[in-house]
Design a protein around this ligand. Structure first.
Ligand SMILES: [Zn+2]
Length: 135
């Protein structure tokens, strides 16, 4: 039979087979650490999203513009993190960090846009095309 030990302190466990901790204190400490680790993970992702948003905002003060992709990537911008996607009927994909979005365009460029209320419904993608064009 395998020796069981407390997940928190490693103390040998006796009694019920489903027991994981030697004491209530160890259970509390273990769960607290697990929760803290989750909070750290969430905070780290939030930090990346906030940085992305502020970089997009700095390049796009008026609502729509086109810049070189290298400008964005030279600013610690992370392509791996975004809050949501907006796909146009033509298949162009805009990645958003909160209300600031970008899409890859030809010639190593990116189109920067801001979120519009009508984007919440797919039927309004046509309006998005009319306003921002098809790149
Ligand atoms: Zn313990």
């Amino acid at each position: 039979m395998k020796r069981r030990s407390c997940q928190q302190c490693g103390e040998a466990l006796q009694g019920r087979i489903d027991k994981k901790y030697c004491s209530d204190q160890c259970r509390f400490l273990f769960n607290n650490q697990k929760k803290r680790q989750s909070e750290i993970t969430i905070a780290n992702v939030n930090q990346i999203l906030r940085r992305n948003r502020s970089i997009l905002k700095s390049f796009n003060p008026v609502g729509k513009t086109t810049i070189r992709k290298s400008l964005l990537l030279g600013q610690q911008f992370s392509l791996d993190f975004y809050t949501h996607i907006y796909r146009t009927k033509q298949g162009m994909v805009y990645y958003f960090c909160y209300e600031y979005g970008y899409a890859f365009a030809a010639d190593e460029k990116v189109v920067l846009v801001t979120w519009q209320p009508y984007m919440n419904h797919p039927i309004n993608q046509v309006m998005f095309q009319e306003r921002f064009g098809n790149h």
